[in-house]
Design a protein. Sequence first.
Lengths: 536, 388
Amino acid sequence: MVANHDIDITVQRGTVHALMGENGAGKSTLMKILYGMQKPDEGTIAIDGEQVEFSTPADAIARGIGMVHQHFMLADNFTVWENIVLGGEHLHGIGAKAKARIRELSDQYGLGVKPDALVEDLGVADRQRVEILKVLYRGARILILDEPTAVLVPQEVDALFDNLRELKAEGVTVIFISHKLHEVLSVADAISVIRRGTTVGDADPRRVTARQLAELMVGAELPSPESRESTVTDTEMLAVEGLRIAKPDAEGVERVVLDDVSLRIRKGEILGIAGVEGNGQAELVEAIMGMLPLDAGTVTLDGTDLTGTLTRARREAGIGYIPEDRHRHGLLLEAPLWENRILGHVTERPNSKGVLLDPAGARADTQRIVEEYDVRTPGIEVTAASLSGGNQQKLIIGREMSHSPKLLIAAHPTRGVDVGAQAQIWEQIRSAQREGLAVLLISADLDELIGLSDTIRVIYRGRLVADADPATVTAEDLGSAMTGAATGHIESDPEALAEAQAVAAEGTEAAHAAPADDAPSDAPSTDTADDEQAGE
Amino acid sequence: MTSPNPPVAPAAKRSLRERIDLERIGLALAAPVLAVLLSLIIAGGLLAVSGRDPFDAFSIMWNYGTASDGQVAVLNKATVYYLAAAAAAFGFRMNLFNIGIEGQYKLAMMFAAFVGSQVDLPAFLQIPLLLVVAMCVGGLWASIAGLLKVYRGVSEVISTIMLNAIATAVIGVLLVPGIFAPKTGGTTNSIQTEKISDSSHFFSIETQGGTLWGFIVIAVLVGVAFQFTLNRTRFGFDLRATGRSESAASASGVNVKRMVITSIVVSGALAGLVGLPELMQNTPYFGQNVQTGLGFIGISVALLGRNTPIGIAFSALLFAFLDASGAQLPTRGDYPSEIIPVIQGTIVICVVVAYELVRRYGLKRQQQKVGAELAAQAAAAAQKEVAA
């Protein structure tokens, strides 16, 4: 198979080099090759002009390449120092010398890591710094960061970027994978875009706009964001009253994960929930879906009390569900696509007739979903695991929309999805909203929340602490409410708001001003070297 | 987009070629065939090391298996193994490890024998009655493990193993003169229930190779029902979904707790049938010298047969052949019959490893194929654009 072909990337020492691309474009395969987890069939990697070959990650580490994964790999009940030393005992021992080295590195790169702190007491941003330090401790001079900002709030992202600039100043090379355009523009010194497994072009972050970048990634002109009129009606669709859930944590101490949560969503309304992950969003969704028992509170959908009912009854009553973790909750990875189309709707047509399944009906309808929702697959008999993340998500959305839901719970609907599919998914949610769908949108992407929602509520430590009108709030102010710094109704300073909107508009205008053939969107860019050398 | 019934051409009956994926079949067969070959090599090596001719031993087994009396014996054994394997497979399909088939079938057999000796209805009522009694006893006994798992979080592996021991004790308590055994001692020294009534005997077919048990019909029916339930009913879909991913199933609306109890009860009910061929066709009473170990053979057969009704039919035949022909080894030559458990054991170990390897290889291969096909499509589209 050709996941990557003719990839040519040249990364300069001491720069932050961003790697952008659609999901399934081959970014992760490329990273696996660079980190020695997979071997290329063709082509070469050169570091400092010297050709290298990696057969395991250990080889890559030995050559000074380090990887910070999207999901942290830290032992919670260990201290920072123990976590860093773990697996690297041969470097500086496990005692005072190691600790001194950690302090030294932390100071050198301005990471501010405290070696004796317990990892479980650290926030997400601190944990990420520990991961970076872990890699530096092993002597990395080239750092690969896989979507490092996905879990951070805006303020933390800024702090991370300061760290990256510090690293750069010290001569460390950073390869930064992301598909958040404005972040890449703000931190990168050079950008490479990958599409369908090959490099389609390099861009200079000082000269390119977010919109041009997005078009480069997708390979087509994006639809411009349409002006929206409110579709919110007066009819109440979902009413959640006084939800409370307490769960014992690992130590057996009762922890309140949802505390007196009440919300209402009307027909045609999108309610956005903002919050740092782990503040009760997942539990809120599971409570509405009937997957978690409630300690108190009621859930009413379209006038029907669903409080004591099981998940299946709620789905039949018209709740569509796009789960946060599609691999765990949305798909049977080893089952064919048409069986995945049945999942969650086994009692409904066209999947079954009475107690019997209707495989023919399900197959035909899967074919329709594949066509209508542009799921890229060679057929409906392949397993869900063989599709890329974006295509899996499109299948899930097609499935949930096919049963005319009254309420759609969309948890991070565009997470790990490429820009092209993202626009498609947003459009699908909006068109369903126009037909009177009520949507509960949970997202860590504040631009998505502000762009899509009619109302935003902020969740913090299991409580809805603040609300905002997306038309009058900036991502920064929302971010500070997410850390618990602001409560009540938040409204941004009009000046800051105008500025943020101007920045967003600029991207759109620039794209319109530039003629289409100016952007190297179709042909592979010629500004990379012809030889097959890629490296530093 | 929201209409559930769009005007898309209905998927015509898929052609035979679409249904038969040669590569998939090849992959599915590769693992068990390799495992069997490997275990024969190991067993042959063992025989050779102990100074015996392995080829002679294998030819004794082969000759027995191809003779008609051997074939009937193999089929009768395979019937029993098939039922035990179906019981195990039903649980496995949902990631439930019912190790308790052993206890379930013995207890069910004892109750069936007791009821059969006390009640004497016409055969068309008596036989269904005994089947129902056995299935109920097996299912009820298994339900203890299900309830413990759902309400107390006890692993079914642990509880069913314990229930096996308890079942033996329960049989010991009940199978005493005055309760399940007749008060006055019988003609033999061993304690056993009274003989079941004549109407309790299942039909059999006389062949030139001996008596073929009619229970093979029940085994076939179980296989058909198994396949149909799993692949064609909503319940079966829920069960398979739960087996593949409990979290996804629960998010999709499957009541996982109820599913656990239902499937372990069905597994136990099937286990209840395991002892009946022996009781209703061969030894018309339940006594201390009842055959043991069928439950564990069933687990091995299910593993080898990959928990599919067709697969376990073949593996039940293989195991039955090995057992029946292995019994001939000491009598027809100086070969230890212990070589048979060695063969069976290596088959199971090899096959478990091989299936996992094949599964990973298959998944990866499919991902590659999908990637390649999509790339080809993209390339074709690009070419079209250029042409235009």
